[in-house]
Design a protein around this ligand. Sequence first.
Ligand SMILES: [Zn+2]
Ligand SMILES: [Zn+2]
Ligand SMILES: [Zn+2]
Length: 129
Amino acid sequence: MDWETYKWQGKRLGGVGEVMKDGVYKCGYCRSTGFTPRTKCKCSVCRGEGENHIEGSVVRCAFCQGSGVGHSGSTVTCTSCKGKGVVLVKEPVEVCSKCRGTGRSSSQLSCLDCRGKGVVEVKAKKAEF
Ligand SMILES: [Zn+2]
Ligand SMILES: [Zn+2]
Ligand SMILES: [Zn+2]
C-alpha cells in the first residue's frame, strides 16, 4: 500500500490506483464543457451535462489518463472508460504489475491484464495460518 507516494509522471492527477467514491466526476471526453472538443456537438458521453454520475468505486482511467480519448490526436472515445475518464473497480485493487499502472501494452493497445484501468483486483489470498 504505497499509493500515497505513488507519483504519476511526477505529478499527482488523482493518482494511479487511487480509489475515488465521489459519485460525480467531471467528464473526461468534453473536459466537463458538455460539448465535444472538435465538432462542438453535445457530448455523447455525459449527454451535455459536463459530468458523469457513477455509483461505486472508481479510479482515473490509466489508458487515457482521464482524458476520455482513446489515443492522442483522435476523437475516438477511450475503450477502457468509454470517454468518462474514470473506470469502475472492485476494491481492493493494486497497481497492475504488467503495465505498471500505465494501462497500456503498447502505444495504442490497452493492457490485457487490467484492460486499461492501470489497476487490478487484488485476488483473495488464502489464509496464511
Ligand atoms: Zn462530456
Ligand atoms: Zn479512458
Ligand atoms: Zn495493466
